[in-house]
Design a protein around this ligand. Structure first.
Ligand code: GAP
Length: 469
């Protein structure tokens, strides 16, 4: 785990670094932007891919009991009736009659009165907002509608004619395709309970109050596992999964002191959940959900059996028993994890440049497993003989690492850029390299520089990554 201390970083600092260095851009920027949409730029796309790969390697490729699928975003419309999302996947909405602003009523209460309101009956929320004289945060008036339910699923129509087409939903969670494919997975891959099915993919939610950069989005990605067990195994498996999620966080360098767990109270539980524990992170705007672990019981398989008419119970050959499996579900938001990797990694320190001049060094202390580039190859100057040698070194290192090549600007500025984008190692080729076939390897963490024979760079860097703590 990364032991470095960061200053209490402001969200604006991360948003501006992400824009400046090409991690994350505002969506549809040249059209004036589209609120709460963001695009991942070249570095963000690498970081995101590395996080997803790390998760997939940790939970799917690294184990015998979990297999992956890649299911559809658009599913049969009955799926969402069976899953309970048509009925239950709602947030409480309140409108200001004066200016038309819309708010999530429970969030409004929490923000204005500091009182937990998730799960509170709608009438009670209306009464509380009115009796506490809460003003509209936008126009300051107190002319509220009643609180009503708002379904978060995006709808669209299949087929060319909107009026006669089939109404379908963009999935609000990836879990359902796993339940639909559970039987086919068992038949095709000879899996036996306990086992899990994993999926990474986009989900869509028409959030009433999106925001806080990429924390709450309309379109985001989830990494999710449905782990099928016997009911009697649930308590032990749940605890085990809590530990495993923590181990995954460690493997990508998240810092535990900014993370805690929180058990959901009864009224907060999703309609499908018997028990939920969130991992929360200390964001600049307070402790908020990072990811969740839910015990879904046999809710989904039973409902899909009922609605589809296909028996999804499990037959255990050894014991001759037939039963409906229960499910433990770890669900991690990719975008939220990515935001946390940036917040956790951001650091500033006083340093001296190569001429001894002091400056504030901005450094992203990303774990090498997820850093957009693991190595930067830098010829000391843009001279043909150095560039040729650097290209050779780059081609060699590319076989093992993700490598960036940079020959622009002074070496000092190039080091600063690599620090700011979180590249753990810089390899510099100078005139001596042409004679001694060695290069300077600079480490991001300490700025220490060592001379390494070209033939040994890959091993030296691999060893350092393998023993990274
Ligand atoms: N299948 C369970 C499920 O979807 P969830 O807690 O609603 O559970 C899983 O979502 C994770 O997805 C959350 O813990 C969070 O990391 C992320 N997430 C949820 N809503 C999000 C949103 N609007 N924007 C970005 N990430 C979101």
């Amino acid at each position: 785990m990364n032991e470095a201390r960061r200053p209490d970083v402001a969200m604006d600092t991360i948003v501006s670094l992400a824009r400046r260095r090409g991690f994350i851009f505002p969506g549809s920027e040249i059209y004036g932007g589209l609120a709460n949409t963001w695009d991942y730029g070249p570095l963000g796309a690498e970081l995101k891919r590395n996080i997803k790969n790390a998760w997939w390697e940790f939970f799917v490729q690294g184990r015998d009991d979990i297999v992956g699928i890649d299911g559809n975003i658009i599913l049969h419309p009955r799926v969402w009736e069976a899953s309970g999302h048509v009925q239950e996947f709602n947030d409480p909405l309140i409108d200001c009659r004066n200016c038309g602003s819309r708010y999530r009523a429970d969030t409004l209460i929490e923000d204005k009165l500091g009182q937990q309101a998730e799960g509170m009956p709608l009438g009670e929320m209306t009464e509380l907002i009115r009796s506490s004289n809460i003003a509209c945060p936008f126009c300051g008036q107190r002319d509220w509608t009643e609180v009503r339910q708002f379904n978060l699923m995006f709808q669209t129509t299949l087929g060319p004619v909107e009026t006669s087409g089939t109404k379908v939903f963009l999935r609000p969670e990836t879990a359902q395709a796993i339940f639909l494919d559970y039987r086919a997975v068992m038949q095709s891959s000879r899996t036996k309970i306990p086992f899990g099915i994993a999926q990474i993919g986009k989900a869509f939610r028409n959030e009433i109050t999106p925001g806080n950069f990429i924390f709450r989005l309309l379109e985001f990605e989830i990494m999710e596992i449905e782990y099928f067990i016997r009911e009697s195994e649930a308590p032990e498996t749940f605890e085990d999964w809590l530990t495993q999620i923590g181990a995954f966080f460690d493997s990508i360098g998240l810092r535990r002191e900014n993370i805690r767990t929180r058990e959901h109270e009864g009224k907060e539980l999703s309609h499908y959940s018997k028990r939920t524990v969130d991992y929360e992170y200390r964001f600049p705007f307070g402790w908020r959900e990072l990811c969740g672990l839910a015990y879904r019981g046999d809710y989904d398989l039973s409902r899909h059996s009922e609605f589809s008419g296909v028996d999804l119970s499990y037959f255990e050959q050894q014991t001759g028993e037939r039963f409906m499996p229960h499910v433990i579900e770890p669900a991690l938001g990719v975008d939220r994890i990515l935001l946390v990797t940036l917040l956790d990694a951001y650091d500033e320190e006083e340093a001296a440049d190569i001429n001894g001049k002091p400056y504030t060094r901005v450094v992203l202390r990303l774990h090498p497993r997820i850093a957009p580039y693991q190595v930067a190859v830098l010829p000391l100057m843009k001279k043909p003989e150095l560039v040729a040698k650097a290209s050779e070194v780059q081609a060699m290192l590319r076989k093992t690492f993700s490598v960036e090549y940079d020959e622009t600007q002074s070496i000092g500025r190039r080091y600063r850029r690599q620090d700011e984008i979180g590249t753990p190692f810089c390899v510099t080729i100078d005139y001596e390299s042409l004679d001694d076939q060695a290069v300077t390897v600079r480490e991001r963490e300490t700025m220490a520089q060592v001379r390494v024979p070209i033939a040994e760079i890959a091993d030296v860097i691999s060893d350092k990554i393998a023993s990274w703590s």
